[in-house]
Ligand binder design. Structure first.
Ligand code: SF4
Length: 288
């Protein structure tokens, strides 16, 4: 895994689409760019097959733009809306049987550590609430209990989006959905709190309406996972199709959630706080 995997041999370079050549020449691989630089580099993902106004597609775009080393990153996903964008990005991607993503990521991380002992290879789970909090919850938790050095990023749209609107464990209590016409009967699963208890060294809860914070959280999570242990970022990515709001209102909905049940939160161990202070030169600056 390196920039070499996207660099064509000279004799074939001229037949590749312009978009591809732009990625090789102006992509983020091997450069120090992030969310603050959006617009100045060719992004890992630009087009997507999601519904208009999809919060997941924006969450994927922002999280990928915040990868500290995309050329040395392996993203692991699972079926769900996020898969549609992730499977066509210019980053190493592995899909898994539904819910297995944290187990597969654990094995891949260990394998990469053996194969490349002198190089950081970031393994990042990027999947929806169904994969992380429902179908794969046991595997999510056990990867945290084992202290696997992987980052888990949940794109939380609070619903099973692409299968018609079933409630997920992350849907809020009372939420009415196509397949939950009377409203959900129990509370949102507290995965963020469980991450802390289960051994994550760092966690953050953020919405797509705060891109700088989102970028900071993803960056911290990945860099800390390299050295200290599992990390978790939970991103609110609202779904206009199932939640029945206009695609033009996605950011407004996310912003409102950021003042209510999705207010920004972080936790970190003392060791993680020291590492962040060393990496960033102090903790006092926190982007909006
Ligand atoms: S169903 Fe919802 S989450 Fe899935 S692609 Fe459409 S808007 Fe996005």
């Amino acid at each position: 895994m390196s920039k070499k995997i996207i660099t064509p041999v000279a004799s074939l370079a001229h037949i590749l689409p312009e978009d591809y050549r732009a990625l090789v020449e102006k992509g983020p691989h091997g450069k120090s760019v992030g969310i603050k630089d959006l617009g100045s580099f060719k992004e890992i993902t630009e087009e997507h097959p999601h519904c208009a106004g999809c919060g997941v597609s924006l969450g994927v775009r922002l999280a990928l733009a915040a990868l500290p080393a995309p050329e040395d990153t392996l993203v692991v996903g699972t079926p769900g809306c996020s898969f549609f964008a992730l499977s066509q990005t210019a980053v190493n991607y592995s899909n898994t049987a539904f819910g297995n993503q944290n187990s597969v990521a654990s094995g891949l991380k260990r394998m990469l550590s053996i194969r490349y002992p002198d190089k950081d290879k970031d393994v990042v789970v990027m999947a929806g609430d169904g994969g992380i909090a429902d179908i794969g919850l046991d595997m999510t938790l056990h990867s945290w209990f084992r202290g696997e050095k992987i980052s888990t990023i949940m794109l939380d749209n609070e619903v099973y989006g692409n299968t018609g609107g079933q409630e997920s464990g992350m849907s809020p209590e009372g939420q009415v959905l196509h397949m939950a016409p009377k409203g959900k009967n129990f509370k949102k699963i507290p995965v963020f709190e469980m991450a802390r208890t289960a051994g994550c060294v760092y966690g953050a809860k953020v919405t797509i309406a705060s891109p700088k914070r989102l970028g900071m959280a993803v960056n911290r999570a990945i860099l800390l996972a390299r050295e200290l242990g599992p990390t978790y970022v939970q991103i609110y990515t609202p779904c206009p199709t199932n939640m029945k709001f206009s695609p033009a209102d996605t950011l407004r909905i996310a912003k409102e959630a950021g003042k209510a049940h999705y207010a920004f939160e972080e936790f970190m161990t003392e060791e993680a706080a020291l590492r962040i202070a060393a990496m960033e030169g102090g903790l006092e600056k926190e982007p909006e």
